[in-house]
Write a protein that binds this ligand. Structure first.
Ligand code: HEM
Length: 462
């Protein structure tokens, strides 16, 4: 692969027409080997599918979809999480997995299949995703293949039973004229594209806000959220609160939208791919031209380029939702837009972007307005004055949302969980003191997943 880092070259990477820099051949290993979509049948439908999905998830129709997402998220949150210490990733997966599946695939699909089994299969499929695109025979990737078969057969059964009629995915298949035998594979691609990015993005958006040095951002966000009803309030009050949270989710200029944009920027994919469809010369910053040959695989790295001071200024590595110009998140992602290109760019930019961003804001808003969430850290040496309290063994809760709400600054926890800080205090962008898990850097496609557990304490306040 030839990686392009020069800003003008990145611009060309996204904006050149397909007869110069093409999308289809670059993603073929994924669409063919991973999702099982034969290129000669899928690629002719690709543009129609992309345009249809973009239309179905356009901002104008999100209000209605997000109402359902909010109700489902609330159900999952309250059904499972009582006060105590929990893995933040588990909380987020719970809040995002089923509500997303229900929104995209509908209630009949969710009702027909065992969601815990689907969820297990999805995470096995997800973790084997990149290796499965490589030439390593699938025969040697049993867990991945079993997970894929499980997901495909669930989709197949539901296609036969017409579970998708009237649902977003059914409309997508129908309007882009995908043949019924290919429909399950397209569904698998959409399922993966949606969840493998939104779940870690919601995780990091919450986790960054829990860091002591981001307390002022958290305070501003909590102030911007509608007040939550007490736990014993009548259901009508809870519904009103959910409806106000949906409005928060739709506000692309709000402080929480900015925090999500920053989290996505700092944990963005390692690679976005295209292929040179003809010999070309691309301009570099210093006026020279880079010669590329037909067939060459070209890549940009949102992860690296988002730390490039030429694009994001001298504090590019910091998590700063107050970053001047971040309101540009309202525009379409692209080079020069401060929000960066975690969602790709040009014609092929992510069709689910607006839905994804709103859904992540919704998840974080719901969690932070209904629970007092604190990061449980094993080692507060690096947190300065906030490290007040016991220096003996056992975990402490870093002063977090409670502080932003005016609560105590630090308290002793129970200490039986493994936290990210246990293994290393190595910093990473947005987390200079290494209080959060390191992002997984070996896998390049999609938003980074955390390498380890991140334990938080949760206490229900509403
Ligand atoms: C934080 C969340 C998300 C991120 C960071 C993300 C990022 C991306 C990126 C980088 C691409 C490739 C674009 C390019 O190469 O220029 C992409 C494509 C895609 N995304 Fe997303 N995505 C997210 C959420 C979603 C959601 C929620 C959905 C669906 C509901 C979705 C559906 C898709 C699909 C179907 C494609 C493939 C488009 C094609 O084949 O041309 N994504 N996404």
């Amino acid at each position: 692969m030839t990686f392009l880092f020069s800003p003008p070259t990145i611009q060309h990477f996204f904006l050149e027409p397909d007869d110069l820099i093409a999308f289809g051949p670059a993603i073929q290993p994924f669409t063919q080997r991973v999702f099982g979509l034969p290129p000669e049948r899928f690629l002719p439908k690709h543009s129609a599918m992309l345009a249809t999905l973009r239309g179905l998830l356009a901002p104008s129709g999100l209000d209605r979809r997000l109402q359902d997402v909010a109700a489902a998220m609330q159900l999952h949150l309250h059904a499972r999480w009582a006060d105590g210490e929990v893995s933040l990733m588990e909380v987020v997966q719970d809040m995002v997995f089923e509500p997303t599946v229900a929104t995209l695939f509908g209630a009949r699909f969710c009702g027909r299949h065992k969601l815990t089994a689907l969820r297990d299969a999805f995470f096995k499929f997800e973790s084997g995703f990149e290796l499965a695109a490589s030439p390593l025979p699938h025969l040697l990737q049993r867990s991945f293949c079993a997970a894929r078969s499980h997901l495909l057969s669930a989709f197949r059964v539901s296609v036969v039973e017409r579970d998708f009629e009237g649902e977003l995915i059914g409309d997508l298949i129908k309007q882009s004229a995908i043949e019924p035998d290919l429909a399950p594979n397209v569904m698998l691609a959409v399922l993966w594209a949606a969840l493998s990015n939104s779940i870690p993005a919601a995780f990091w958006s919450t986790a960054f806000l829990l860091l002591p040095q981001h307390r002022s951002h958290l305070a501003l966000i909590l102030k911007s959220l509608p007040s939550a009803p007490p736990p014993d309030a009548p259901p009508s009050q809870a519904s009103e609160h959910l409806a106000s949270l949906v409005q928060v989710a739709l506000d692309r200029r709000g402080p929480l939208a900015a925090a999500v944009a920053e989290a996505v920027r700092l944990r963005s994919p390692g690679v976005d791919l295209r292929a040179a469809a003809a010999d070309a010369r691309l301009p570099l910053c210093d006026g020279r031209l880079l010669a590329v040959k037909k067939g060459q695989l070209l890549a940009v790295s949102p992860h690296e380029s988002h730390l490039d001071e030429r694009l994001f200024g001298p504090r590019a590595h910091e998590f700063d939702p107050g970053r001047p110009g971040l309101a540009a998140v309202v525009g379409v992602a692209g080079v020069g837009g401060i929000a960066g290109f975690a969602f790709g760019g040009g014609r092929y930019r992510c069709p689910g972007r607006f839905f994804a961003e709103a859904q992540i804001v919704l998840a974080v808003a719901l969690l932070l307005s209904r629970y007092d969430v604190r990061l449980v850290s094993k080692d507060l040496r690096t947190t300065g004055p906030l490290a007040a309290g016991s220096s003996g063994p056992g975990t402490k809760e870093v002063a977090l949302s409670g502080d932003a709400r005016g609560g105590p600054s630090a308290k002793i926890g129970t200490g039986h969980h493994r936290s990210s800080c246990e293994s290393s205090n190595q910093g990473s962008p947005g987390d200079p003191n290494g209080l959060l898990p390191q992002p997984e850097l070996r896998r390049q496609v999609g938003i980074r997943w955390p390498k380890e557990e991140c334990i938080v304490s949760v206490r229900r306040i509403s």
